[in-house]
Design a protein around this ligand. Structure first.
Ligand code: SF4
Length: 299
């Protein structure tokens, strides 16, 4: 019933529902488009919908608003926030920039609009190494994820300085390499780990990839079974795309609480009451847009 009402409201508003790969299964099912951060940002630029309902966390909705000044972007819950993004603030970026004046600043899309406005380019986990390789400096300040910074450093020949040194995602740092290997020994299959995991977990993975990268990897792999080391709802997304393969979440309780704030009821309320509108200060949005667009140019 609620699904039909959502469909009806969507038509009335000319709205598009975009959902991240970590959303609850029923939210993924009601969405017009499901993807990783990069795909959501790219898709938001090409839609002719008047309203974008972003079923994801705050920085994703902010990015859609930054890229689409003429559209109304709604986030169904005020509590849908990314804990990792809170590790970084503009003051820290300015301090690091003073210490490394010759560096370029590449920020993970999981950052606030205020931080993005200070970056030379944004990146996502799908293109982080590509952006860092392409940016015009051998010293790169990279934040807020220190694990992704290490991954990028290994995959480029550049000096990648994490800012801050301890930024991380609590969901991805749950995973333990021994536990992952235990599952592999018991069930077999390929291990796919997200680059937000600690490097010891990345080291036991057959593939380290963003959620979009995992989807692409399965398409070309001969394996029938995969151990998925990221937020647990990613396995639903994979199973829907590849019903003939088996996906084992490395831990059923690897839940992003920010993502879980979005429910069908919240989406219904969002469309019905046109809430919550995402607003980004014009000056900040303009600078942040340049940094996001730079990512598209570099990749
Ligand atoms: S899984 Fe981690 S990085 Fe992703 S939105 Fe949740 S808290 Fe942020």
């Amino acid at each position: 019933m609620i699904v039909e009402e959502i469909e009806q409201l969507k038509k009335e508003l000319n709205a598009l529902i975009m959902a991240h790969n970590y959303q609850l299964p029923e939210v993924q099912d009601v969405a017009d488009f499901v993807g990783d951060s990069l795909e959501l940002a790219t898709k938001s630029k090409s839609t002719d919908a008047d309203y974008i309902v972003l079923a994801g966390v705050d920085f994703m909705a902010e990015t859609a608003a930054i890229l689409n000044p003429g559209k109304t972007v709604l986030i169904p819950s005020h509590l849908a926030s990314c804990e990792m993004a809170r590790y970084l603030d503009p003051k820290t970026i300015e301090e690091y920039k003073k210490a490394y004046p010759e560096s370029k600043i590449v920020l993970y899309i999981n950052s606030t609009a205020e931080c993005k406005a200070l970056a030379d380019s944004i990146c996502t986990s799908a293109n982080a190494a590509k952006v860092v390789k392409a940016i015009e400096s051998d010293i790169v300040l990279f934040g807020p994820d220190a694990n992704l910074a290490k991954y990028v450093s290994k995959n480029t020949k550049k000096k990648v300085i994490p800012l801050p040194p301890n930024g991380h995602c609590y969901v991805h740092t749950y995973f333990d390499p021994e536990e992952v290997l235990k599952i592999k020994r018991k069930d077999g299959g390929e291990v796919m780990a997200h680059p937000e995991c600690v490097e010891e977990v990345q080291a036991v993975a057959d593939v380290v990839a963003s959620t979009g990268g995992m989807i692409k990897h399965v398409a070309t792999s001969n394996s029938k079974k995969f151990i998925v080391v990221t937020e647990c709802d990613m396995s639903y997304r994979l199973k829907k795309l590849y019903p003939d393969r088996e996906f084992i979440p490395a831990w059923d309780n690897a839940i992003c609480l920010g993502m879980r704030q979005i429910t069908l009821e919240k989406i219904w309320e969002s469309l019905k009451y046109k809430r919550y509108k995402v607003q980004v200060d014009n000056k900040i949005a303009q600078k942040a847009r340049m940094a996001v667009e730079r990512m598209f140019e570099l990749t």
